[in-house]
Write a protein that binds this ligand. Structure first.
Ligand code: EPU
Length: 336
């Protein structure tokens, strides 16, 4: 399907009113080959719009948005323990998690209830409750708009980092993700080390796949606003990663400050939500925009906000965090 001048209000979880010149649905590489061959993508800017859960429109998009609609999930191999699964880019992420949990496959249960599509999961290497999607990705199928060829990247070549990948960097604007291959396991491997997950799981009956999924869903529901009720894009900022020396100096001044070891040795990850909260922003509302009352990492649209209003609010929050803690917080959300 191809649409012209359509509203994106119901296609971005922030609920920002914006339109785009063209929106083209695609299922697979063949569909994308046809779009590129038609010359459309060389005439105007283009981008991929998946679930619209991590995007902020700051105006009408004068270009083409490619929208994945392929929703197949298939088993590639099953040796009784390890199961390799392929999911197309248009599968709702949480439907994929439910599919795995129903079949007794471990690996993605901690990532339950994250909004968005499978195709977007590797882009920002989605993560929650001590798990990151990179840990279960075997490879990512892409279509190159430059060579018109399919290109399957092994996970080792995807440049995965905290909320980061090659798809946000050197491959941005060059390839489109069409499907993701996962490696899951029938061997139970509960990961309950993060925050209050262990206690929640115990209180709900112990660490089965179903209980872990239900516990994660319950925690997320209690902390994060439902975009259907209140426009938002989940964490608006990334947790900042700083040298250990910076974290130690801050700890002296602010002994209660949460911190976690960074993935790169010598670095510490700080909690942006805590830093923002300490600056007094949590629950503050300014016109149509504000900071969520239960999680300061989440900016919300109370209705009728423009993308620019959200950006202005974000800039003021960043300034305050910089002034108080000397720490820079970067946006996690993609701005278009
Ligand atoms: N905190 C505050 N005030 C706040 C928010 C957090 O003091 O307003 C403190 C908490 O008490 C805790 C620490 O900051 O000590 C960290 O908070 P939390 O465990 O809620 O996690 P987070 O670092 O704020 C990250 C992810 C979330 C993910 C959770 C759970 C990022 C940018 N965010 O949030 O991901 O669900 O951990 O794993 O890494 C998302 O990306 O959209 C998202 C929601």
């Amino acid at each position: 399907m191809e649409y012209r001048n359509i509203s994106l209000k119901d296609r971005n979880s922030f609920g920002i009113e914006a339109s785009c010149d063209r929106l083209v649905d695609f299922v697979d590489a063949e569909d994308l080959r046809q779009v590129v061959s038609s010359g459309l993508l060389s005439e105007m800017p283009w981008s991929v719009l998946s679930g619209g859960n991590n995007i902020l429109f700051t105006g009408d998009y004068r270009g083409v948005l490619l929208h994945p609609v392929g929703r197949e999930i298939s088993v590639l191999s099953d040796d009784g323990t390890q199961v390799r699964v392929r999911a197309q880019a248009g599968v709702e992420w949480d439907d994929f998690v439910a599919w795995c949990v129903e079949r007794g496959l471990w690996g993605v249960e901690n990532l339950s209830y994250i909004p968005g599509y499978v195709g977007a999961a590797p882009v920002q290497n989605i993560g929650a409750y001590g798990a990151e999607v990179k840990d279960v990705i075997e490879s990512v199928e892409t279509f190159s708009v430059e060579t018109l060829k399919t290109l399957t990247l092994a996970a080792a070549h995807c440049g995965f980092g905290y909320r980061d990948s090659v798809f946000k960097g050197t491959l941005r604007g060059r390839v489109v993700i069409t499907a993701v291959h996962f490696v899951l396991s029938r061997t139970p491997a509960p990961r309950l080390g993060y925050g209050d997950l262990q206690a929640k799981v115990e209180s709900m009956g112990g660490p089965s796949l179903t209980v872990i999924r239900e516990a994660v869903v319950a925690i997320r529901r209690s902390k994060l606003p439902d975009p259907k009720e209140l426009g938002n894009a989940g964490s608006f900022f990334k947790n900042p990663v700083v040298p250990d020396s910076v974290a130690q100096a801050l700890k002296k001044q602010f002994p209660d400050m949460p911190s976690y070891p960074g993935t790169v040795p010598g670095t510490t990850k700080l909690a942006a939500g805590w830093l923002i909260d300490q600056c007094g922003w949590r629950g503050r509302r300014e016109g149509c925009v504000g900071v969520h009352e239960r999680q300061a990492l989440v900016l919300v649209n109370y209705g009728g906000a423009t993308g620019q209003e959200v950006l202005d609010l974000a800039a003021r929050i960043r300034q305050d965090v910089q002034a108080r803690f000397g720490v820079e917080i970067d946006m996690e959300v993609n701005v278009l």
